[in-house]
Structures are given as structure tokens and as C-alpha cells.
Ligand binder design. Sequence first.
Ligand code: UDP
Length: 248
Amino acid sequence: MADNKTPLYEGKAKRLFQGDEAGTIIQYFKDDATAFNAQKKDIIIGKGILNNLISAHLFPALGELGIPHHFIARTSPREQLVKSVEIIPIEVIIRNIAAGSICPRLGLTEGEKLDNTLIEFCLKNDALGDPVVAAEHILTLGIASPDDLVEITEMSFRINDFLSGLFFGLGVRLVDFKLEFGWLETAEGRQIILADELSPDNCRLWDIKTDEKLDKDRFRRDIGGLIEAYSDIATRLGLEIPELTPQA
Ligand code: UDP
């Protein structure tokens, strides 16, 4: 367990530790819940265990599809071993249905189906409040090249197609989600791979029949029942849920 070591980095939802082998990192999933740029905070016991479980299921599934990713193995209820990458400081948002911040920003109604699946980029910069930016801003800031953005966009749409179908089969609508990518140094050069996590913390998931929210909006909007909702997603994915004990 990495519980007693000093993290390399502590984020809002995860701690990152050096892995035993060079080029590896241990992601430790915390129970901390934050929203609205960390203005709203709480601890929800077991959330990290469920996110680790769900993410550890979805990454290999995407790997089967040919999406390169950082995941190596889930090593404990709260930990997974991943390849060390340099995170590209943009958040990629894919939206199938209008929800969340896009509604007030563009005057859309929550639940409205978007004519086209939309890709948006946000700068990963808490001090600036993760602003939405155009691809041109990313080029101007020198964060990624035009080819990098094409690759990221193509991968993101493939991930959306796959995950939308997977969740549809489980009676769940994939409304939107956030992806992060990283640069992996390989003998052949720098490769862009999927990193971070994929869980109900960074996806909007609605029950197809009832529109019940099975994601972090239960926390953002004080609906309650977050653990039940995340457990529902894990169970629908056919996963066995470990005991939801408090974090160290
Ligand atoms: N999202 C995320 N991290 C962020 C911002 C957004 O994981 O820092 C996810 C969020 O869970 C949702 C999607 O990206 O699935 C779109 O979020 P939105 O822009 O609507 O922002 P929010 O309503 O979360 O502020």
C-alpha cells in the first residue's frame, strides 16, 4: 500500500505515488469530493474505491478497442498502477446531451440532445477556473500541435462511441464526460495516450428510463445517494464491489 509514503502529487481526487518500477505511478483514489473549482467539498466514504473499480474496468476495455492508455493494473481497492506520463494540460469534454456548464453558457436546456457530438477543450488551470478555449488557443499557447489535436479529437470520439454503446447496453445514457491525455516517452518517440480516470466523477450518466442521475451531479446538486448511484454503475458493469471502508 502507498498509504504511508509521501505522494509525488496530491490532486483533488487522487494522490500519485512513485511506482516500484521506473516509469510507473500509483494512483490512489481518495474519497474527497469537490465541485465548482473546489468551493464545495466533502468526504464521501467509498467513492474512491468505486471510482478505482470502475476506471480499472473501462481503461482495459478501451485498450481492446486500440485506444492507447496508461492503465497497468488495479493493485488494491484504492490503488492502480499506471504508466507515468506528462499530462497534457487540457481537459477534453465530450458532450452528447446538454447538461452542466454548457447550459447557462450557451442558453441550452438540460437534457436537450445536441445535433452533433460536441468536443470542447478547457485549460487545466485551477487559478484561471479551467476556462473553455478554442483549439487555436491551445496552438497559440504551444500546449499541443495541430497533429496532436487531431489525434486527441479522433481518440475522444472513438472513446465516446464505445462508451455510449457500452452504457446504452446497461440502460444508461452517457450525457458527457471529461478526458485527459498524456505524453508517454517511448523508444520510438513521444506517444499520446489516455490518462487520469474514467468514472462517475467525470462522466454524466443518466438512467435511460427514469433520467435518474448516476454521477457526481448527486454531490454537486445535493441530491444525495452518491454511493448508491456509483455502486449501481459498478453493478451494471458486472463488477464485484469491495467493502467500502474509509480512506487512510
Ligand atoms: N468534468 C470533470 N472535471 C472538470 C470539469 C468537468 O470531470 O473539472 C466533467 C463533468 O463531470 C461532466 C463533463 O466534464 O461529465 C462536463 O462538465 P461541465 O463542463 O458541464 O462542468 P460542470 O457542470 O461539471 O461544472
